[in-house]
Design a protein around this ligand. Structure first.
Ligand code: A3P
Length: 296
């Protein structure tokens, strides 16, 4: 099946050559001037890097492992997305953030250079999650197929071209991961990798706890690992996005909780696509100290 798209939502505009949803255009001044509080926790990611996974982990940590408190609402409603206005919500998420009690957990896909200055000024703690670009690309492609407010990706080849050129929403994956990598030298940023969380969730959860200067018992940590595992989240209606109206997310085309595995790109890329991608990767990441898993 193909998704019925909502034409008025599909337009894109650019800030500093970074494509953003048209919906953010009229709100941009308010978004950029968003007033952060020192105890805000920011979760920053390039799309499809495990945002909602880390959101669930952070929510469990903030709630000391109380699963019921993490099921009060759907994850898309539990914590706001700084720069987004969802078609099914009355208010933009940044307004929802203003009305929330502290400590707030706020998600964003913005590249580091477009982050509201008050977030830096207030020295908010930021967790950044990066995912290898080939899996990000494949996941983003399937997400474009099932989300009504994202342009029709046509086919993987076309989407691949756009992704490599950074002509997708939120711009270049390469610039995004590098920008945040550089930002961590001067700000309170915990930089994590999707693949590491997959390999050893407990270890990465310990890193988050250390970053927050918080301790939890091993029992609670085990509970967090369990509650945030792919299979449990896939079955959790408060985490799997099935509660979002089907004219916005059409799960019969592709599930939001789709595969949750590193390496799915191998089922999608041709040999030529992969060689081309590797060349591009080398060029774009040359000189960077940021390293992704060997089989990126
Ligand atoms: P796939 O499409 O590769 O399956 P985001 O939340 O940033 O939009 O990222 C979505 C991606 O994270 C999807 O990737 C989704 O399946 C994956 N994901 C979500 N929860 C996960 C979990 N608990 N474990 C592993 N991957 C998860």
């Amino acid at each position: 099946p193909t998704m019925e798209k909502e034409p008025e939502l599909l337009n894109i505009w650019e800030v500093d050559e970074v494509p953003l949803p048209e919906l953010t255009k009229e709100l941009w001044d308010q978004i950029y001037n968003f007033q952060a509080k020192p105890d805000d926790l920011i979760l920053a990611t390039y799309p499809k890097s495990g945002t909602h996974w880390m959101q669930e982990i952070l929510d469990m940590i903030q709630n000391d492992g109380d699963v019921e408190k993490c099921k009060t609402d759907h994850s898309l409603h539990r914590h706001p997305f700084l720069e987004l206005k969802f078609p099914h919500k009355e208010k933009p998420d940044w307004v929802i953030a203003l009305e929330m009690s502290s400590p707030r957990l706020i998600k964003t896909h913005l590249p580091s250079h477009l982050i509201p200055p008050s977030i830096w000024k207030e020295n908010c703690k930021i967790v950044y999650v990066a995912r290898n670009p080939k899996d990000c690309l494949v996941s983003y492609y399937h997400f474009h197929r099932m989300a009504s407010y994202l342009p029709d990706p046509q086919n993987l080849e076309e989407f691949y071209e756009k992704f490599v050129l950074g002509k997708v929403l939120y711009g270049s994956w390469f610039d995004h991961v590098k920008g945040w990598w550089a930002a961590k030298d001067t700000h309170q940023i915990l930089y994590l990798f999707y693949e590491d969380i997959k390999k050893n969730p407990k270890h990465e959860i310990h890193k988050v706890l250390e970053f927050f200067e918080k301790t939890l018992s091993e029992d609670i940590i085990n509970q967090i690992v369990h509650h945030t595992s792919f299979d449990v989240m896939k079955d959790n209606p408060m985490a799997n996005h099935t509660g979002i109206p089907s004219h916005i997310f059409n799960h019969s085309i592709s599930n939001f909780m789709r595969k949750g595995m590193p390496g799915d790109w191998k089922n999608h890329f041709t040999v030529a696509m992969n060689e081309n991608f590797d060349k591009h990767y080398e060029k774009k990441m040359a000189g960077s100290t940021l390293n992704f898993c060997p089989d990126i």
